[in-house]
Design a protein around this ligand. Structure first.
Ligand code: GLU
Length: 490
């Protein structure tokens, strides 16, 4: 049987790392087996439904460059792929369970349910199953008061329910510990997650359920539903938790968790996909780099770990830096341009002059970037002559302002005419001059770097100066000399 898997997000919040991991694992599993990847929108919780969350699902997939074989906007044999548009199906199956005696109408008022919760306190397991024994008289009374019933599942009370999880092995739960008689169909005719999820997985012929481990507590109940319907359950595969470095479930406390934050920070989809695919999965003990195409071929769910995965922000940064370094100048320029525009570093639309400088800057900054938004600060000095010099930063350690003026005057001399020499020749001039004066090369270069870039760390200095041109470089040196002479002694 060919593999059919689904990603089934509820549009209630932004897509986060855990959800993206679930989506990717399903997608790669489908691709590696020549199967089908389905996107199903589980939008039955109308109170928590958020249209922006739905858009965020679409945006996330578009940005990742991943598409579904069946789902919204793609005609498939099991359309519609929005649960809110499939209510009749769930209602029909809820009725079927009633007829079979595996479910019942429960007429509890909100006050009665609240009292039940209060009585049970925090440790309470929920509903006390009283609806099972409601007499015809009581029902008539509820109906006369206009109480609309819900449909509850009549789960077995004795014994246990177990299933074989592809990752975790045998998972067992005593039936008495399973949520007592959960609601399947609400009084407004909408199904709960459990009913809709099981009915759809069956109807859409899902073969494997890859989802987060937080759904394990629901799985035995789902198994009971499959059994009640007489359906063969899919294979369950609960993915390992994603933790922060402190061993707690990954959350806002650790840093960004939603995909949009990573996008906005300038992470590349290739890097994110590569790193997230390694959260609980490995190809072997060594290999770390995988393109999307490789993952589409190599992903094998039998290599998913049981142990929780740790989300390491630094490692993701490292991956991102690697992927940035693989970008061509043209690709990097295209990626960085909107970021520089948003930061006001270049104009919108970018002028030809700015574009030329940016093109030249790409080879210089590529090595230094861990994520794209860093570009704004790294290259700003190339696009403005209005630099935020701080006098105390211009002066090297253990030097006076007067000594710094001397160093910079010497640098000015050495720099003059630099465009007609190669970077190596220019560097050599500085090296020789430093040696002659018994100076460290860095000491001689530091005031020059500060004058040209207004920063102690910058892209390669001579390459940067070439992009600025001699006139702008000498101007900056003169501005700083002036500043040191007037302000330096104060
Ligand atoms: N709608 C559920 C969610 O938001 C789906 C869980 C499942 O895959 O069964 O995660």
């Amino acid at each position: 049987m060919s593999v059919r898997v689904r990603y089934a997000p509820s549009p209630t919040g932004l897509q986060h790392i855990g959800g993206v991991r679930t989506a990717l694992f399903n997608y790669f599993f489908a691709r590696s087996r020549g199967g089908t990847f389905i996107l199903r929108v589980e939008d039955t919780d109308r109170e928590r439904y958020d249209e922006r969350a739905l858009q965020d699902i679409y945006d996330t997939f578009a940005w990742l460059g991943i598409s579904w074989d069946e789902g919204p906007g793609v005609d498939g044999p099991h359309a519609p792929y929005f649960q809110s548009q499939r209510l009749e199906l769930y209602q029909q199956y809820a009725s079927q369970l009633i007829e079979q005696g595996a479910a019942y109408y429960a007429y509890d008022t909100p006050e009665e349910l609240a009292a039940m919760r209060e009585e049970q306190g925090e440790k309470g397991s929920g509903y006390d199953r009283r609806g099972r024994n409601c007499t015809a008289e009581q029902i008539a009374d509820y109906q006369a008061r206009g109480v609309v019933p819900v449909i509850r599942f009549k789960g077995p009370l004795e014994g246990e329910t177990s299933f074989e999880d592809m990752i975790l092995g045998r998972v067992k739960k005593k039936n008495k510990d399973i949520t007592p008689d959960p609601v399947l169909l609400k009084s407004d005719g909408f199904p709960t997650y459990h009913l809709a999820n099981v009915v759809d997985d069956h109807h859409m012929q899902i073969t494997h359920i890859l989802r987060a481990q937080e759904w394990i507590p629901s799985a035995p109940l789902h198994l009971q539903l499959y059994r009640a319907f007489g359906w063969e359950p899919p294979v369950f595969c609960h993915l390992p938790m994603v933790m922060g470095k402190d061993g707690q479930k990954l959350s806002k406390r650790h840093g960004s968790t939603s995909l949009i934050e990573f996008r906005n920070q300038g992470y590349l989809p290739e890097a994110l996909i590569n790193y997230v695919s390694l959260l609980g999965w490995a190809y072997d003990d060594k290999r770390e780099f995988f393109t999307v195409t490789e993952l589409e071929q190599l992903f094998d769910p039998s290599r998913i770990n049981k142990a929780p995965a740790v989300f390491d922000y630094k490692k993701l940064e490292w991956f991102n830096g690697n992927y940035i370094r693989q970008k061509s100048d043209e690709a990097l320029e295209a990626l960085v341009t909107p970021i520089l525009q948003a930061a006001g570093v270049v104009s919108t639309p970018i002028t030809d002059g700015e574009a030329a400088i940016l093109r030249g800057a790409c080879p210089l900054v590529r090595e230094r970037m861990k994520y794209l938004t860093e570009a704004a600060d790294i290259v700003r000095f190339l696009f403005t002559d209005d630099l935020p010099y701080q006098v105390e930063d211009l002066i090297p350690k253990n030097h006076s302002a007067a000594q710094t003026v001397e160093l910079l005057e010497l640098a000015r001399e050495l720099v003059t005419g630099f465009t007609s020499r190669s970077d190596e020749e220019n560097e050599e001039r500085f090296r020789v001059a430093a040696e002659e004066r018994d100076l460290k090369l860095g000491t001689l270069l530091m005031p020059l770097r500060m004058a040209v870039t207004a920063s102690r760390v910058s892209p390669p200095l001579f390459g940067s100066m070439r992009l600025l041109g001699e006139a702008r470089v000498l101007n900056r040196i003169d501005t700083v000399l002036q500043l040191l002479r007037t302000e330096g002694g104060k």
